[in-house]
Design a protein around this ligand. Structure first.
Ligand code: ADP
Ligand code: MG
Length: 694
């Protein structure tokens, strides 16, 4: 047996368990051994029986008297009773519904019993304790007992037995880290660490073991991103000449002057794409900081140098919006812009810079392929196999942290030159993530908002103030302003489902019938068709809608300057970074704007979390806070990047992340190709298949 042996071949795990484990993502011995306890129950103290008191849990060591089975009168339930005796005294023991114990446990035999001492009408007794024979090493009692995540059909007790058996029968296990790395840090070897994490002698042992595994995961992530980075730095990319004149002409045509931060960011990017190696950069800037115009400048440079640009937005609404604003501004510079989304494809040519023409998908793709579309804007539809570019030099991805290696390959399957990549995000990346999972990206930060923006007033609204808030909204609408209402769900999953989560459909009904019967109210959510969504956005822009009830689709990028109220239902259900994004949808004009956080939660911790939004306008601070409070899952969305749970947790641990990254860097400096570390090289290759860091 090796770590890679499938559980199928392990004698004591039959097909039933094998299936259950598979459902938990556990298929090999390695998976099983790396399935770590969630916590430990401390049963390491053996209590003399005469010292036990009602209401507490204890572990006793003693002998049992004869076991007698009874049945309860009413329910016909089995009861097995006995008496445990040690040097100090004796106590009644009762087990419910475990008739087989009569055969398993023999009178006179020494056993550990662990459970709660409670009182019934016949006095105090030990109630349904777990038990273990005292000869041999205890694993279920009389120690720090590992408790695993509850899963149907796979109990902690079963896992303990199997894991213990495997650890004993496996012999030596190959060390996965260079021993010197461990020694320098006083971390245990692989096999010792496995023992210590499942069956620790002390809490400290388990913590050291956990640190070892965490360090290992973080180390491999760093090795992965750093080698990725190295590979890119050796690849070739089209050098896009830096032309200050054209940029000046572009900025002079804008209706505003760039902020210093925008100028710096643009300079950074334009200098970077002028080099003959692929840029891999992430542009971070708070909502409304004006990232789009910076992306437009980079696009302009690329097209003027004779290349094509792909510009990907996360939603159709945003793709439309970019097509209109970026498209129009670039078309003035004699460029042809295409829009490729789910349904309607369009293009703008320099002859009609303020308008667009519908075009068939086939025609559009042909033009992209022959190179007569200069900038192709679109949704994820851009990375289909049939989209082929003639000479793609720059890929821009809006509101997504990064692009995976696979997606990169899809966009340019054959060319020798690799395109430059620029991703943009309003969700700042906390330092630990920047150093680990995003470690292959160079950051550029826009840390300044355009002048004259007013601070959005943020309030937490408890249930009793809902009426007042509605009155306030009515007043804003009378002044001519517009309002967003965000709900966490579109509709109930099942008819009649009881949930405190507000849904778009129900809120829409309530608002349009009962609360604001005279106002124009519409809904918007991800399940609506593209033409419908477009129409809503058009009406919203033209001020035809007073209140838009929506899901988080409104989260990113939408730019409605006349909107002044952002009202969020079940605000406690969203992460801080996300709430901050919502808030950024308003406050885009000279009017004072408001963000109303509705919550029915009375949990102090939740309230405290929401208060962070009142106190800080700084997206970076909020993101760091989110990371500490909610863990990195919030940044990964529902994806887990292919990392085990414990590794995800550790992504928030700055000192450890730093340490792992330094160690990886040091090792690669000595041995870039990992010639002397075939083990590491293999593991890295495995990771490449498994990780999906996009
Ligand atoms: P984000 O960084 O959130 O993507 P956008 O690029 O959508 O922000 O810009 C938000 C709004 O601010 C747009 O209407 C844009 O035209 C405007 N804008 C961008 N830069 C400036 C600036 N320097 N001064 C004033 N308005 C600006
Ligand atoms: Mg944007």
């Amino acid at each position: 047996m090796t770590l890679a042996t499938p559980l199928l071949e392990v004698p004591r795990i039959g097909p039933v368990y094998q299936k259950r484990l598979k459902a938990m993502g556990i298929t090999t011995i390695r998976d099983l051994l790396l399935h770590f306890p969630r916590s430990y129950q401390d049963l390491s103290n053996i209590t003399p029986v005469n010292q036990a008191q009602e209401g507490n849990e204890y572990c006793f060591l003693g002998t049992l008297s004869e076991l007698i089975e009874k049945r309860t009168f009413k329910k016909r339930m089995s009861i097995v009773e006995s008496i445990i005796k040690d040097k100090t005294g004796s106590m009644r023991v009762v087990w419910f519904n475990q008739p087989y114990l009569k055969e398993t446990l023999k009178p006179g035999e020494e056993v550990y019993l662990a459970g709660k001492v409670i009182r019934d009408k016949s006095g105090i007794h030990l109630s349904s304790p777990s038990f273990e024979k005292a000869q041999g090493v205890p694993i279920h009692t009389a120690r720090l007992v590992p408790i695993y995540k509850e899963t149907k059909g796979v109990s902690s007790k079963w896992l303990r037995s199997i894991i213990y058996m495997l650890l004993y029968s496996m012999g030596t296990l190959q060390e996965s880290l260079p021993p010197s790395l461990l020694k320098d840090r006083n971390l245990p070897l692989f096999k010792d660490a496995l023992f210590a994490i499942h069956f620790p002698n002390t809490k400290k042992d388990s913590e050291l073991a956990k640190k070892r595994f965490s360090f290992e995961e973080l180390f491999f992530i760093s090795l992965f991103v750093l080698t990725q980075r190295k590979k890119l730095s050796e690849a070739k990319a089209p050098a896009i000449a830096f032309t200050p004149d054209i940029m000046k002409r572009f900025t002079s045509k804008l209706s505003f002057t760039l902020t210093d931060a925008q100028k710096k960011a643009a300079w950074h990017i334009l200098k970077d794409i002028a080099k003959p190696r692929p840029m891999n950069r992430i542009l971070q800037g708070d909502v409304g900081s004006g990232k789009t115009v910076v992306a437009a400048m980079a696009s302009l440079a690329a097209v003027k140098a004779g290349y094509q640009v792909a510009f990907m937005a996360p939603t159709e609404i945003l793709a439309q919006q970019h097509f209109k604003t970026v498209g129009e501004s670039l078309a003035h510079f004699r460029m042809t812009i295409g829009l490729l989304t789910g349904k309607t494809d369009r293009f703008i040519s320099p002859k009609l810079p303020n308008d667009s023409i519908e075009i068939s998908r086939k025609k559009l793709l042909e033009r992209v392929k022959e190179g007569t579309i200069d900038v192709l804007i679109g949704t994820h539809a851009l990375i289909q196999d049939k989209v082929k570019f003639n000479n793609l030099a720059l890929v821009i991805i809006d509101e997504q942290h990064r692009f995976g290696v696979r997606q990169r390959k899809k966009l340019q399957p054959k060319t020798k030159l690799i395109a430059h990549f620029l991703s943009m995000t309003a969700t700042p990346i906390p330092r630990t993530l920047a150093m680990s999972v995003y470690g292959d990206l160079d950051p550029t930060i826009i840390d300044e908002l355009p002048k004259g923006r007013k601070k959005v007033e943020t309030k937490i609204v408890p249930p009793e103030e809902r009426k007042k808030a509605y009155a306030f909204i009515a007043k804003e609408v009378r002044k001519g302003r517009q309002v967003f209402v965000i709900c966490p769900r579109i509709e109930k999953v099942e008819e009649g489902e009881i949930s405190e989560l507000k849904t778009v459909k129900e809120e829409y009904e309530k608002l349009s019938k009962d609360i604001f019967p005279n106002l124009e109210i519409e809904i918007l959510h991800g399940k609506m068709g593209a033409p419908q969504k477009e129409q809503i956005m058009r009406h919203l822009k033209r001020g035809k809608i007073d209140i838009l009830v929506s899901t988080s689709v409104i989260e990113v990028g939408v730019d409605i300057q006349n909107a002044t109220v952002m009202m969020i239902e079940n605000a406690d259900r969203f992460g801080l970074a996300q709430l901050h994004q919502f808030r950024g949808r308003v406050g885009r004009s000279r009017y004072q704007s408001y963000c109303l956080l509705f919550t029915e939660s009375n949990v102090p911790k939740t309230k405290q979390r929401l208060k962070a939004l009142l106190e800080s306008e700084n997206g970076f601070q909020l993101a760091e806070r989110d990371l500490q409070l909610r863990g990195p899952g919030d940044f990964a969305g529902n994806k887990q990047w292919g990392l085990p749970d414990f590794a995800m947790e550790n992504l928030a641990n700055l000192p450890l992340v730093q340490e792992a990254r330094d160690a990886a860097q040091e090792l690669l400096e000595k041995d870039l190709m990992l010639k002397n570390y075939p083990q590491l090289k293999n593991r890295l290759q495995e990771l490449q298949e498994k990780l999906h860091l996009e």
